[in-house]
Design a protein around this ligand. Structure first.
Ligand code: MV4
Length: 453
């Protein structure tokens, strides 16, 4: 096992990784920006090194600064958390060249999955179901039109280097294709430095369902089931749960087997998430793969009993899945996570500032992952996630009821948070019935508007 690990992140996920290291007897090194001097990841790590000014580009994303800190602290490995450098294949390569273990998949696999169209074709070859669409990058809007006619409208254009919804355009008629092709390509070129596009059949009301996998460095892959992530707004997830009511044991088993086969063939390593869209007929189609630990990983931990971050560390240290996993894998009960953001609950504008009061709920079946505290400060420079409230119950009903009482007892004063919005969602009949897709929040806000008159 590693002797010492540097955590190249901040906030709740930095603390989450520190927890896992402490439980495994690994020494921890925090890095921090000047804005994070009083953060809990700095306080609870064994060592902490300031790596630069507040803006991420000058600190947490500054590869030479991160690597220098790792060398000065003499660590064996770096855990990147999520976001920041977690899916940066060049960073993983620099780690390797510096003789520091990057806790994640090999750089070439990260690069493959970062190129969304290459990932799609690779999964297709491995017999993972994908949506009808182009057979590669579109050379021109004329070629796009030919594909659209053969696939049938509506279609969606996506950026090869994309993700998070940027560089995407829905095309409903042949007439609007040339203009939207140009707009998507320009947007992608500006956002990602690459304007290449591909096409898929557009699903009007998809559910977003993703599968968690673990892969060791000896060629073994296991699927840990799915998470339902359809409750989102502007590509920001608000609520995630496990399992999905729409995924039957048979479908879970089928997708699990397919993913095992395909990811073993690709040579995947460490934790990963495979994103699918579910259409109105309940069929799942691969859309992309994330090669990091995800924000919503706790719901999988709660229903499987597996500590995913400890598993990441043990896998990166060379352990086999057979020594990490329990004898029998099962999905126990139901877990839900609310992302508590420092934002205005209706306008969704960031709300930085000093937290004057902070009361965290607890009790049976409640977990809170946070790095916030009373008198702490939410800086304006980073992601607005300040806490994850996770509840577990014997079934969805119990998990929801626990969430409601936990939200009531979660007190944050001094800044705005999304807690009041979550309370309204958990009182919503459509949500409680489990009857939703990725358009849920749009309908929810419409209902709210009508209710208020
Ligand atoms: C789609 C889609 C419908 N059809 N692809 C948005 C983010 C990116 N990761 C994939 N996205 C979508 N791809 C096809 N062929 C609808 C979306 C989509 C979406 C997906 C998941 C969660 C929320 C979403 C919100 C709007 C659009």
């Amino acid at each position: 096992m590693f002797r010492k690990v540097l955590i190249a992140n901040r906030g709740e996920i930095a603390l989450r990784v520190i927890n896992a290291c402490k439980e495994l007897g690994i020494r921890t090194v925090a890095i921090y920006s000047e804005a994070d001097r009083h953060s809990l990841h700095v306080r609870f790590a064994d060592e902490a090194i300031c790596i630069g000014p507040p803006r991420s580009a000058d600190s947490y994303l500054n590869v030479p600064a991160v690597i220098s800190a790792a060398e000065i602290a003499d660590v064996d490995a770096i855990h990147p958390g999520y976001g920041l450098l977690s899916e940066n294949a060049n960073f993983a390569e620099v780690c390797r060249a510096s003789n520091i273990k990057f806790i994640g998949p090999p750089p070439d696999v990260t690069r493959l999955m970062g190129e969304k169209e290459r990932a799609r074709q690779t999964m297709k070859k491995a017999k993972v179901p994908i949506l009808p669409g182009s057979d590669g990058i579109l050379a021109s809007s004329d070629e796009a039109l030919d594909w659209a006619k053969s696939v049938g409208f509506p279609v969606i254009l996506k950026a090869k280097a994309g993700g998070g919804g940027r560089g995407m355009r829905i095309i409903r008629t042949p007439e609007e294709l040339p203009g939207l092709f140009h707009a998507a390509s320009t947007e992608a070129a500006n956002a990602f430095g690459n304007g290449e596009l591909y096409m898929e059949k557009f699903i009007e009301r998809p559910r977003h369902i993703e599968f968690q996998v673990l892969a060791d460095e000896h060629g073994n892959v296991v699927s840990l089931g799915e998470r339902e992530c359809s409750i989102q707004r502007r590509h920001q997830k608000l609520i995630e749960e496990a399992p999905s009511l729409q995924v039957t044991p048979k479908l879970r088993e089928e997708i699990g087997k397919t993913l095992k086969r395909s990811l073993e063939a690709i040579g995947y390593q460490n934790a990963g998430t495979i994103e699918f869209l579910m259409d109105e007929d309940g069929k799942l189609y691969f859309i992309e793969m994330n090669t990091r630990i995800q924000v919503e990983h706790p719901v999988t931990e709660m229903v499987t009993g597996i500590d995913l971050v400890k598993a990441q560390l043990r896998i990166a240290a060379g352990e086999k899945l057979s020594s990490i996993l329990p004898e029998k894998l099962e999905i126990r009960g139901h877990a839900i996570e609310c992302r508590i953001n420092a934002e205005h609950p209706e306008k969704f504008t960031p709300s930085a500032g000093k937290i004057t009061a902070f009361n965290v709920p607890g009790g049976n079946g409640v977990r809170v992952d946070t790095a916030q505290y009373s008198e702490g400060v939410v800086p304006p420079y980073y992601d607005s996630l300040i806490a994850k409230l996770i509840t577990h119950g014997k079934d969805r009903e119990e998990a929801m009821n626990r969430m409601q009482r936990a939200l009531e007892m979660f007190v944050v004063q001094g800044i705005h948070t999304t807690i009041p919005l979550h309370q309204k969602i958990f009182a919503d009949a459509e949500f409680r019935a489990g009857n939703f897709d990725t358009k849920f929040m749009e309908r929810f806000f419409e209902r709210e508007k009508e209710r208020k008159g």
